[in-house]
Design a protein around this ligand. Structure first.
Ligand code: FAD
Ligand code: NAD
Ligand code: FES
Length: 332
């Protein structure tokens, strides 16, 4: 974890402290973070590869050797696109230790993800902190079905290889609104025993939601399913949990609450699991899907809709989310 890297921790916490006290810093005339950034900087992550995977979904291979060296399936990073922007959590979809790179698959939904998706090969991301979160519990289950909805397919990708190495038979059910939205089928085909693409409109593969195909697989008594891992929209993960519950199939969901620091300090990512409050960034993001309160997660995800809309409108209008920087002395 990046917490084992004293230099990265120092930069992260000093920046966090600065951000937390931004109003005070402004009053005091500002703290010069340029010095801090240059002295403590771990290296600006440069983009080596970039391409569109689906409408609004971009694939990046990013230089981040320290993150790549410690990445395990289930880990995520917190990324900032601009010094005055939000921190967004993104799953590490793949990594290459030898090349010192990680792969991120980003769906543009709001201001930060749009800014990130506008980047191209050779450009740099301001900072990438991680790996964060707990790694996936990889066990020998037997037949494991990975269920990915939309960009959630990127989340299940690293698990596929690790589960296969452990001796499991691995199937993947991946869904998209239509053919153009089904992602990473080729990559998963290389790792899994079977891949079942599904589309809502029937333009490719199974016609219907991923949960319909999952139900078919579970109903095949000749080939029992022993475990399910899922990532995607909250209603989908909730529906997956309801499909596997009657047969008590071990089911893990990778949760996507709003996160801020990603280190268990702010409480922004709290989720209810089995009636207990857990922090997805340090206790998860993967939890027993049969214990998760998905309705509460859905409600919390919509809590900042007005602010998110305003940030997107500012971005669209070509403004920064922090228009006036005079006198702050903050690194750009
Ligand atoms: P905002 O303006 O903040 O939000 C725009 C819309 O997105 C709103 O409707 C809002 O409710 C919704 N939203 C905001 N945050 C989240 C969230 N955390 N999850 C779901 N919806 C959200 N996205 C990817 O594209 N690729 C990934 O690999 C990926 N991995 C994730 C891993 C984890 C552990 C978590 C917690 C989230 C992950 N997400 C991923 C979701 C991603 O973090 C959000 O889409 C992002 O924070 C939105 O930021 P924004 O500023 O662009 O949009
Ligand atoms: P989407 O809305 O197009 O749905 C993708 C697929 O999920 C559909 O094709 C369908 O098969 C299935 N699905 C959707 N709603 C369903 C329902 N009610 N019941 C059963 N199946 C359903 O997906 P998108 O626009 O690509 O959005 C991806 C979502 O994944 C976003 O909400 C994003 O925040 C989330 N996400 C989650 C994680 C995570 O860690 N869990 C990571 C990245 C993104
Ligand atoms: Fe702050 Fe998890 S993101 S506690």
């Amino acid at each position: 974890m990046f917490l084992n890297d004293p230099e990265a921790v120092k930069v992260f916490f000093l920046r966090s402290a600065y951000e937390a006290h931004r109003p005070l810093n402004r009053l005091a005339g500002g703290v010069n973070l340029r010095f801090l950034s240059q002295k403590g900087r771990v290296g600006m992550p440069r983009i080596r590869e970039a391409r569109w995977l689906a409408p609004g979904v971009r694939w990046f291979v990013v230089e981040a050797p320290r993150v790549a060296a410690k990445h395990k399936p289930g880990h995520f990073v917190i990324v900032r696109a601009t010094s005055d922007g939000e921190r967004v959590p993104l799953t590490i979809a793949d990594s290459d230790r030898a090349a010192g790179t990680i792969t991120l698959v980003i769906q543009q939904v709001g201001a930060t993800t749009r800014t990130l998706c506008a980047l191209d090969v050779g450009q740099e991301i301001l900072d990438v902190s991680g790996p964060l979160g707990k790694e996936t519990e990889i066990e020998k289950y037997g037949h494991v079905v990975l269920v990915g909805g939309g960009v959630g397919t990127a989340v299940i990708h690293p698990q596929a290889g690790a589960l296969k190495k452990m001796g499991n038979r691995v199937s993947a059910v991946i869904g998209g609104r239509s053919k153009d939205y089904v992602i990473m089928e080729e990559e998963l085909t290389r790792l899994c025993d079977a891949v079942y693409p599904c589309t809502d409109d029937g333009s490719y593969g199974y016609h219907g939601f991923v949960t319909g195909k999952l139900q078919d697989l579970i109903d095949d008594v000749a080939d029992p399913v022993h475990a399910v891992i899922t990532a995607g929209p909250v209603p989908m993960m909730k529906a997956v949990a309801e499909v596997t519950r009657p047969r008590s199939i071990h089911t893990v969901a990778s949760l996507n609450p709003i996160m801020v620091d990603g280190t268990g300090m702010c409480g922004g990512c709290r989720v209810m699991v089995g009636g207990k409050m857990r922090f997805a960034c340090v206790d998860g993001p993967e939890f027993d899907a049969h214990q998760v309160d998905f309705d509460e997660l859905r409600d919390r995800l919509t809590a900042y809709r007005e602010q998110e809309k305003a940030a997107l409108e500012r971005l669209r209008a070509g403004e920064s989310s922090h228009p006036c920087r005079i006198g702050l002395g903050v690194a750009g």
